[in-house]
Structures are given as structure tokens and as C-alpha cells.
Design a protein around this ligand. Structure first.
Ligand code: PLP
Length: 387
């Protein structure tokens, strides 16, 4: 008889997936659940991947990824963000940001170590930390504006604190952390000697703000920051499963040894496609940003007009949190009723921490026409509640 480990038994499927799966049971659903854009990658990116397959460039690469790709990532970071990382020693190409995050945690955590995770958070963080036999420590944000304060982070720092995971721009709120908060977190990290894992997968999807500036820029931070990035969101390449990590040599060397044992390397055709993506990143990601901005505006406008619902305009990402507190429903019941009554699928806020009870998350990763249809149905749902 096979028995499963305590760790495996403790990992629960997320409500995001549950709602997504339930939505599949209906014929005509407006599905706002997954952060999986409907847009294809640019034709040239697809062509680069196809060419690699046709020309037989389909074998294993170096564990850390093609040097050509790592060089391209290095050049891209240097030119876009003025951050210099050595392609040979400080960059690894991973199977999406997810594997990058998981290997980073495995690389730095010992059993019982604590990892601070500000809420609202992406559920995978807590589960990944648990999968490393470490302890996720959740810090709640301000209830009204869903932003975290440096003081509340400081209150949970202990001698076991090994790292903090920050996600800016944030899934699910679309909020970009201010430079003041980043400076405060940097101070804490230096004072109490912990690492910062910075998940920056949405940094090119900022709509109204000045250019993104990473926490790695603060003095003394480059050597204690692990930067996580991905091609999934910036270039709409979720299924290509390709991401990367930039970090000090000691971390990348350890991650590369781990990578050899779990996946060997990221898929090779995806690596060739990724080189193309970064070579013309400005053009490709601008196309995505322009489209998502339009969608955000349509969704935000529509939600504002519906009685009992309210929302803050997201600064970035393709997520919008809708405040449903006035409906009297908790977020899970709201999501089930909405799906049942008008076939609109959303993610209950509770998925992202207790602080998000009273919210649901909508991903605007579907066409404007479908977003408009979703708004009409939401409105109808609310009107029926009021009868
Ligand atoms: N980080 C955040 C904050 C995400 O929201 C997601 C996907 O939803 C990921 C990482 C995963 O990215 P990837 O597809 O590169 O594994």
C-alpha cells in the first residue's frame, strides 16, 4: 500500500482551479478565472519556436539554459533596468516562474525557516514554502486599500525569518508597491539579514505609472535579492513554460544543481522562442500592454456602474478586485451563485488571504466583447438579488 507524505496531503487544489473546473461544466460561460491570456504570442516568437522544432534543435540544453538566451536576458536587464547580471554565473532559465520560485525556495530554506508573505498573495507561494518544510508567515495589508505596511512586516520578523516574497505588480490586486515601501523592506532585509524573493512577472504590464524599478536597485540589495521573471505574462507564453531567475552566483549555482535533478532544463524550442521575444521585447510587450489597458478600462467602467459593487482601478497586471461586501455574500458563496445563476466565473477573494474576503478577482484575459457580456450578466445578477 502506498501512503502519501504529510506535505503532499497538506497541499490543496486552489479555489481558482476549482472555479475554472466548475465553469467547464456550463456551455456559455464568461470565464474571468485564470491569469492565462487569450492572446497568442507575436508571430515572430511562434515562428522562432517552430523553426527550432523543424531544424531539430529539440534536445537538452545546458542545465542553466542556452548561453545565448542568458546573454540576451543579461543585455535586456542591463538596457531596460540598468541591472547588470553575469550571463554565465547569475542567471538561470527555468520552467516558468513557478519552477524558478520553487527552486529558489528549495535553495535557501531549511526545515522550520520562516518566509514572510504579504497578503493579498498568490496562493502558490504559501504552498511552495510548505513544500520546502518551511513556514509561511502571512502579513495582512490594510483592509481598505490592500497595501502592506513596513511596520506590519517588521512585527513578524523573527530569528527564523529567512526570506520575504514580494510580488509587485501584484496578483490579485494590480497594485504596484511604492518606492517608499520597497525602501522600508530593503532596510528590514539588511538589518535582519533575510533574502528578498521578488516576483516581477507583471512588471511590463503597468498602465499609468512611471517605469518599473526593482527592489534590487536599493543599496545593498542586489546581493540579497532573487529576481523571478517569466515569458508567460509579458509575451503571453503561458503554455511554453519558460521563465528565469537572476540572483547572486551562490544561489544560481545551487539552483542549477537542483535543476539538473528535476527537469534538466527548460524546453529547448521555448528557449529559442524566448530569445526572439527579448530581442524585440519593446514592440511585443507594448502590443500586449495596449490591449490589456483597453480591457482594463472597459471592465473598470462597467463594474463602477453596477449597484453594490465597487473596485479600484488596477495600476498594472490583468486582474481587478471587485468589492462585493455590500451584497452580503462571502466571496466563495458569491462566486458559486454567480456561476450558477448567470454563468460568470470569478475567483473568490479568500483564495488570496483572509484580508480579501469580501472581494472577488476578475482576470481580464478575455476579449472586450466577452468582458462586456460578463458585465451585463453581473449587472443582471445584482439586479435579481435586489428584487
Ligand atoms: N507569479 C505570479 C504572481 C503569477 O500570478 C503567476 C501565474 O499566474 C506566476 C508567477 C507563474 O508564472 P509562470 O507561468 O511563468 O510559471
Amino acid at each position: 500500500m502506498i501512503t502519501i507524505s504529510n506535505i503532499a496531503a497538506g497541499i490543496k487544489p486552489s479555489l481558482t482551479r476549482k472555479l475554472f473546473d466548475m465553469a467547464k461544466g456550463y456551455d456559455d460561460v464568461v470565464d474571468f478565472t485564470l491569469g492565462d491570456p487569450d492572446l497568442p504570442p507575436h508571430t515572430a516568437i511562434k515562428a522562432a519556436g517552430c523553426r527550432a522544432i523543424e531544424e531539430g534543435r529539440t534536445r537538452y540544453s545546458q542545465n542553466a539554459g542556452l548561453l545565448d538566451l542568458r546573454n540576451t536576458i543579461s543585455t535586456y536587464y542591463n538596457s531596460k533596468e540598468a541591472l547588470l547580471y553575469d550571463a554565465q554565473k547569475e542567471i538561470i532559465v527555468t520552467v516558468g516562474a513557478m519552477e524558478g520560485l520553487y527552486l529558489s525556495l528549495l535553495t535557501i530554506l531549511n526545515p522550520g525557516d520562516e518566509v514572510i508573505i504579504p497578503a493579498p498573495y498568490w496562493i502558490n507561494y504559501t504552498q511552495m514554502v510548505s513544500m520546502c518544510h518551511a513556514v509561511p508567515i502571512i502579513v495582512d495589508s490594510d483592509e481598505d486599500d490592500l497595501t502592506v505596511s513596513v511596520d506590519s512586516i517588521k512585527r513578524v520578523v523573527t530569528s527564523k525569518t529567512k526570506a520575504i516574497i514580494i510580488n509587485t505588480p501584484n496578483n490579485p490586486t494590480g497594485i504596484v508597491m511604492s518606492q517608499d515601501i520597497l525602501a522600508g523592506i530593503a532596510d528590514l532585509a539588511i538589518t535582519y539579514n533575510f533574502a528578498v524573493i521578488a516576483d516581477e512577472v507583471y512588471k511590463t504590464l503597468m498602465y499609468d505609472q512611471p517605469a518599473f524599478k526593482s527592489i534590487a536597485h536599493f543599496p545593498g540589495m542586489r546581493e540579497r535579492t532573487i529576481l523571478i521573471n517569466s515569458f508567460s505574462k509579458e509575451f503571453c507564453m503561458t503554455g511554453w513554460r519558460i521563465g528565469y531567475v537572476l540572483a547572486p552566483e551562490i544561489v544560481i549555482a545551487a539552483m542549477t544543481r537542483m535543476q539538473e535533478n528535476v527537469v534538466a532544463c527548460a524546453p529547448l524550442p521555448s528557449q529559442y522562442a524566448a530569445i526572439e521575444a527579448l530581442k524585440n521585447a519593446d514592440v511585443y510587450s507594448e502590443t500586449m500592454r495596449t490591449e490589456f489597458r483597453k480591457r482594463r478600462d472597459v471592465l473598470y467602467d462597467g463594474i463602477q456602474r453596477i449597484d453594490l459593487l465597487s473596485c479600484r482601478q488596477p495600476d498594472a497586471t490583468f486582474y481587478l478586485m471587485v468589492n462585493i461586501k455590500k451584497t452580503g455574500f462571502d466571496s466563495e458563496s458569491f462566486a458559486y451563485r454567480l456561476l450558477q445563476d448567470v454563468q460568470v466565473a470569478v475567483v473568490p477573494g479568500i483564495t488570496y488571504g483572509k484580508i480579501c474576503e469580501g472581494y472577488v478577482r476578475l482576470a481580464f484575459t478575455l476579449s472586450i466583447e466577452r468582458i462586456r457580456e460578463g458585465i451585463i450578466r453581473l449587472d443582471k445578477f445584482i439586479q435579481n438579488l435586489q428584487r
